[in-house]
Design a protein around this ligand. Structure first.
Ligand code: ADA
Length: 513
């Protein structure tokens, strides 16, 4: 496999995608509107380089925004508007030297999924690795491992290939040969169970393809989610892939450092908001023992989106792709979708039913959820497997700090009989404000103390996901989300450069087992 990361020629045009002038260079991965000269600009970012290759080829871009088109020797070979998802193109090329162009585009108009009112910045560029490999005859395509029983180590294996024979081994051990079958069960020898405390991983090799997986089971038939047969308590944080200098093209060293800090602070869960997560993120969570909620791109969508077939069909496509891409990661425990949609309307109910079914079709081994911001008027909470609520009493509401526990107890009475989590809750704090008033570090710390202690005290909750790990890039505010000083969502426990606020320092005490 060729890794094509590095220095690419760069061109930018505001509105004429036909005439790029490659007068500069850019790093891949990289986000063009965090580059000097392109801040806040909306248009087309072109990346160009030469590649020596030939035969049947597969080009993969790990993540991009907000649209990408790929040209090989001037001819379009692939395009996608599924921002933050991988784009994979298969094509045939004569052996030799070729021109490869990736045209990214961060224009908001006409995007099928991204809306200008979302509370996160719509960046442009290539956010993750670009690779090129040869497509081999009879290669193993999709290879999905689903744990069936954490007591026996039984797993279900699904293989897509035209190869007549399968050679299978676990962890480099004894090789088993069998005729091609689409789906079969095997027992993993000398297995260990994956859990946040002991994140044990295994490897499965089928012919030339190797994947990592973990053995752990999830059950959500009762009031709580069971992980390996035991009630799980989610102590989580929401996290955007965001940094002032990199946008969503965060370097892997930064992702690793964020996740390590999250784990060390005592969290066991991350809600990856509000778009698909990168492969590196998952590989780290698998290893660190952090459970994950992943969701496709959406935010606060109203009935006009939920009745727009382009929006709904594109979102379904991204939901399916997201589930398929992440299927082997043991850290992934919840499939989410449609953050804060108009879930008090019959139009939303239909879509929530449809998307819950999509999740179950693609992966019956994990529960589905969407996060409501109107729990008391919601008419969809009974549809998904987990009832998840984004609530900000005392921040957006008028409640006093001491009224927060009572408020949360009231929400806990909703959606009886199913696991319930608070999927977002938090307060903003401006670094250095120690006044104790709202927007100060002390107010945020006290707010989160009330939240975490009251959620942990009430046995009806399966957990809480604080909003949010660190300040994240957004706009200075819109009617939909007022108050975003400096163009950041300032509810981070850390600031945008990962400098801790007061609230971060009280976490060990709040999160201890
Ligand atoms: C919502 C939303 C988040 C963020 C948050 C806030 O619940 O899901 O993305 O915008 O509110 O900070 O208000």
């Amino acid at each position: 496999m060729l890794n094509l990361d590095g220095i690419w020629e760069f061109a930018w045009t505001e509105d004429d995608p036909e005439e790029p002038r490659y007068d500069s260079f850019a790093a891949v991965p990289g986000c063009f509107d965090t580059m000097q000269g392109y801040f806040n600009r909306r248009g087309y970012g072109f990346y160009r380089r030469r590649v020596t290759a030939g035969g049947r080829l597969r080009l993969a871009i790990g993540s991009f925004g907000l649209r990408a088109k790929v040209f090989w020797d001037g001819e379009e070979i692939a395009s996608s508007a599924l921002a933050w998802s991988p784009l994979v193109a298969e094509f045939t090329a004569q052996p030799g030297d070729h021109e490869l162009v990736i045209r990214t585009d961060n224009r908001l108009e006409g995007h099928p999924l991204f809306r200008e009112f979302y509370d996160f910045y719509g960046f442009g560029g290539i956010f993750d690795h670009v690779t090129l490999e040869e497509v081999r005859r009879d290669e193993i395509g999709r290879l999905a491992v689903t744990p069936v029983d954490h007591e026996t180590g039984e797993v279900e294996i699904a293989v897509e290939t035209t190869a007549p024979l399968l050679e299978i081994s676990f962890d480099g051990g004894r090789c088993l040969r069998m005729e091609n079958r689409k789906k079969f069960h095997l027992q993993v020898p000398d297995f260990g169970v994956w859990s946040p405390e002991h994140p044990r991983l295994h490897k499965l090799r089928v012919n030339e393809k190797e994947v990592e997986f973990g053995i752990r089971t999830l059950n959500w038939q009762g009031e709580h989610l069971l992980l390996n047969g035991k009630e799980a308590e989610f102590l989580g944080v929401n996290r955007h892939e965001s940094h002032p200098e990199f946008g969503p093209a965060t370097p892997e060293a930064l992702i690793a450092s964020d996740l390590r800090q999250i784990k060390e602070a005592g969290f066991n869960f991350i809600r990856g908001c509000h778009y698909p997560q990168r492969e590196f993120f998952f590989r780290m969570c698998d290893r660190l023992g952090l459970m994950v909620w992943e969701e496709p791109l959406s935010w606060g969508n109203k009935v006009c989106d939920l009745t727009d077939p382009v929006f709904v069909d594109t979102l379904e496509e991204q939901l399916r792709l997201t589930i398929r891409n992440s299927i082997n990661h043991p850290s992934l425990v919840i499939h989410g979708f449609l953050n804060e949609c108009a879930s008090d309307t019959p139009e939303a109910r239909q879509i929530v039913q449809r998307f819950t079914q999509v999740c179950h079709e693609e992966d019956p081994s994990r529960p589905a959820a969407f996060a409501t911001n109107r729990p008391e008027h919601d008419i969809c909470l009974d549809v998904t497997d987990i009832a998840a609520m984004n609530v900000y009493p005392g921040w957006y509401g008028t409640e006093k700090l001491e009224e927060i526990p009572g408020c949360l107890d009231k929400f806990a009475l909703l959606a009886p009989g199913k696991p319930k989590v608070i999927s977002e809750i938090g307060a903003a704090a401006m670094c250095g404000d120690h006044s104790g008033a709202p927007w100060s570090e002390e107010f945020q710390a006290e707010y989160l103390r009330q939240v975490v202690t009251s959620v942990r005290r009430n046995r009806a909750w399966s957990g809480v996901m604080l909003w949010q790990f660190c300040n994240s890039n957004t706009y200075t505010g819109t009617v939909h989300m007022p108050g975003r000083p400096r163009g950041f969502n300032n509810k981070g426990l850390l600031d945008e450069y990962r400098r801790p606020k007061t609230a971060w320092k009280i976490l060990p005490e709040l999160l201890k087992k």
